[in-house]
Design a protein around this ligand. Structure first.
Ligand SMILES: Nc1nc2c(c(=O)[nH]1)N[C@H]1C(S)=C(S)[C@@H](COP(=O)(O)O)O[C@H]1N2
Ligand SMILES: [Mo]
Length: 441
């Protein structure tokens, strides 16, 4: 076996001689303890190696407190009909995320699109497509109009785009102190192909008054309390985003009806922004002369502090701003974390990268906990606001436990952080590098 990493080998020898001293050398770093999943800052390398089932060749480059990806991922206990393999986080309301290896398709299949519900979806059997109506109104709408789905299809040109939808809280589970809300890991993201009419075409047909600044949506789902006078969610986007070519009122996903849990029979899709702007079971759109003030539009919902704050800070509401474009991010979707790979053969890894309203310019991968990076091959997006495929062939120097980390950089030069980025009270915008475990034997 080649000895490419003498310091690492030395560390293992040190462990054999004097484990306590080795632990001090390795783990006494000034980092936040991460204890939630039971792995303490000072877990010994021996304990860690025992837990992952192999020596860790790059252990000396492993950040203190890191929970090995091999341990951080859990298996799925429940199944949602039509969403087999997704991890159910909640059932009241239903929220389910997709394990990274099930997001490997270029175009996310319906059964693999995550589900994020703020309230109670309309009763499935009561959804009558022929009777469904979309009302367009609001104080800045010149000619309020109500459309059936057939009328939308008939009056306006049809467009299809592949659009990435990511929940603003995707990655929330990694914040310390913990932020309340669904404890998404990495799977509240998808990129299916949506077909519908442009929101712009419909708004223009209804007349956009000169003072219009915002568009808001309402859906047919009910508030979790059952109170018919409360909306579970009613968000929207500034006029500029609403008028983009890719902002759709969609009835189809991947050339079929939109799945019931994803908003059948009609939904708004404004890709690249928090998923919460893409209203499901869409039945009303309002053109507003001020920022829309529906449920979950105001701070702290889908908002982050205007300036960085220390973890745990109590932030006054006036110091928040509404999230707009989502930050650059990537996933490793192949292989599945935890695989065993044969030494001496290159391992092809791949995934997706996306960057909100921007394009992804580069993806880099690392097998040594971020000490060195190599560029991955990156494909162009099929259209704006779709994720991009990346691929890379990796060589491993010796047997043992490795992690593959992926890091994307957007067209403005901003890269993903390797560690969890700025803490915020609601746990939004965690775009830390994704990582998978690989055993080389
Ligand atoms: N009517 C309605 N629209 C909604 C929601 C909802 O609860 N009700 N959830 C929003 C949120 S927070 C997200 S992240 C996306 C999720 O879309 P999906 O469930 O199709 O994945 O839908 C958005 N649109
Ligand atoms: Mo969301």
């Amino acid at each position: 076996m080649t000895r490419k990493l003498p310091p690492t080998r030395g560390l293992h020898e040190l462990y054999a001689e004097d484990p306590q001293r080795a632990d001090r050398l390795l783990w006494d770093r000034d980092v936040d303890p991460v204890t939630r999943r039971g792995f303490l800052k000072r877990s010994s390398l021996l304990a860690m190696a025992a837990a992952v089932g192999a020596q860790i060749p790059f252990a000396d480059r492993m950040p203190g407190g890191l929970i090995p990806a091999a341990l951080a991922q859990s298996d799925e206990p429940f199944t949602l009909q039509g969403k087999e393999g997704l991890t159910v986080l909640n059932d009241r309301p239903i929220n389910a995320e997709t394990p990274a290896h099930l997001l490997d398709d270029d175009v996310t299949p319906a059964e693999r699109m995550f589900v994020r519900n703020n309230g109670i979806p309309p009763v499935m059997d009561a959804i009558d497509v022929a009777a469904w109506r979309l009302e367009v109104a609001g104080e800045s709408c010149v000619t309020p109009t109500t459309f059936s789905i057939a009328e939308l299809k008939e009056r306006f040109a049809h467009h299809t785009y592949q659009l990435q939808v990511e929940c603003g809280g995707n990655g929330r589970s990694e914040y310390v102190p913990a932020a309340s809300g669904n404890q998404w890991t990495t799977g509240a993201v998808a990129c299916p192909r949506f077909t519908g009419v442009r929101l712009r075409d419909v708004l223009e047909a209804c007349g956009i008054a000169d003072d219009a600044v915002y568009v808001g949506y309402y859906g047919a789902d009910a508030h979790a309390s059952g109170d018919p006078n409360r909306d579970p969610i009613s968000r929207g986007v500034p006029m500029e985003k609403a008028l983009e070519d890719e902002s759709l009122i969609a009835w189809a996903m991947n050339d079929a009806d939109i799945p019931y849990l994803n908003g059948h029979p009609l939904r708004l899709v404004c890709g690249g922004w928090p998923g919460s702007v893409s209203g499901k079971w869409l039945d009303r759109i309002v053109i507003r002369n001020r920022k829309h003030d529906g449920t979950k539009m105001g701070a702290p919902s889908y908002s982050v502090p205007k300036h960085p704050v220390a973890p745990g800070t109590d932030v006054p509401l006036e110091d928040f701003e509404t999230i707009q474009s989502m930050p650059v991010k990537s996933l490793v979707t192949f292989p599945k974390s935890g695989i065993t790979h044969a030494l001496g053969e290159p391992l092809t890894v791949r995934g997706h990268a996306w960057a909100g309203d921007l394009a992804v310019e580069a993806v880099h991968v690392s097998i040594d906990f971020g000490a060195t990076w190599q560029p991955a091959e990156l494909s162009a997006a099929p259209n704006r606001l779709a994720w991009q495929r990346w691929t890379s062939a990796l060589d491993f120097p010796e047997p043992g436990y490795y992690e593959v980390w992926a890091k994307a950089t957007d067209s403005q030069g901003r890269a993903q952080p390797m560690v969890v980025p700025g803490w915020n009270p609601k746990g939004y915008l965690n775009n830390a590098c994704h990582r998978i475990a690989v055993q080389v034997a």
